[in-house]
Unconditional design. Structure first.
Length: 132
């Protein structure tokens, strides 16, 4: 049904995001990313789409994750989720000060994902602990 939605309304990102999510849930991560990559040029100015693309790239270790997430944040600076994902990328790239600032910003914006919010709070606590 999501494939049909994409065919009927190819200029709406919701169908592509849902179709990619179906493949993700089935464990077909490559196909999920392929759907997002193929539709990416169409949704350059869609913050939700860019965030989903960036997160999928990050999760699969593919290039362009940081850029897509930064684009999502630039398109919707009031949206909290890009701050969380940028913070986790900064932490993975050994940039703890940047990670701390991004994660604190995410928490201050009351991020909407309860799991991400809990992880962000735990990471902030760990980053603030004095090193021995």
């Amino acid at each position: 049904q999501y494939r049909r939605a994409v065919e009927l309304e190819p200029d709406r990102s919701d169908g592509y995001l849902a179709l990619a999510n179906v493949h993700e849930l089935k464990g077909d991560h490559d196909r999920a990313l392929q759907i997002l990559e193929e539709a990416a040029p169409r949704f350059e100015n869609d913050a939700r789409f860019q965030l989903a693309l960036g997160v999928k790239r990050r999760d699969m270790g593919r290039p362009g994750a940081r850029e897509a997430i930064e684009k999502a944040r630039a398109l919707d600076p009031a949206g909290p989720e890009p701050y969380y994902h940028q913070g986790t990328i900064a932490l993975a790239e050994n940039r703890p000060a940047e990670a701390l600032a991004l994660l604190e910003k995410y928490v201050s914006m009351s991020g909407q994902n309860p799991e991400n919010l809990a992880v962000a709070r735990a990471l902030i606590e760990a980053l603030k602990k004095p090193k021995k």
